[in-house]
Design a protein. Structure first.
Length: 141
């Protein structure tokens, strides 16, 4: 692994921006991204990016999106949809015991809801859903 790929996303973006002689505000304008997004990336709060943000950032930094992606940290999302942890979370959501639910991948707060759907016989079906505030983890039902 090269020295470049070992750099964290925050360090890589910050160093690349400085080499171009841009401030965070300048990069935000060139990337058509909010300044807060640039600040979050460079402070290490964002470890991976949505593809649209990655593309805009790459344009502002005069890079390929793949150059940025190699510095992102992607969490282990190998959790299967119906393992014990996700079943527990689903049951907690259905019981409306959601106050302290944490993401099993990164430990951040989960945003939850119950989708009301109907089956083919018009029976109401409650489907628990959750998504993490920090990583791509989600339970779709």
């Amino acid at each position: 692994m090269t020295e470049q790929t070992e750099k964290a996303l925050a360090q890589f973006v910050s160093e690349t921006r400085e080499k171009l002689g841009l401030s965070q505000t300048g990069l935000a304008k060139k990337s058509a991204l909010p300044l807060k997004t640039i600040e979050d990336i460079e402070s290490g709060q964002e470890l991976f990016l949505a593809s649209t943000i990655r593309q805009k950032l790459a344009r502002g930094l005069k890079l390929n999106p793949a150059d940025i992606k190699q510095h992102e940290k992607h969490p282990n999302l190998s959790l299967l949809p119906d393992n014990e942890v996700t079943l527990f979370i689903k049951n907690q959501i259905l019981a409306n015991d959601i106050e302290n639910l944490e993401c099993p991948v990164c430990g951040s707060k989960l945003i939850t809801r119950i989708a009301k759907m109907y089956d083919l016989e018009d029976n109401l079906v409650l489907v628990p859903k959750a998504r993490c505030t920090m990583c791509p983890f989600q339970i779709k039902g």
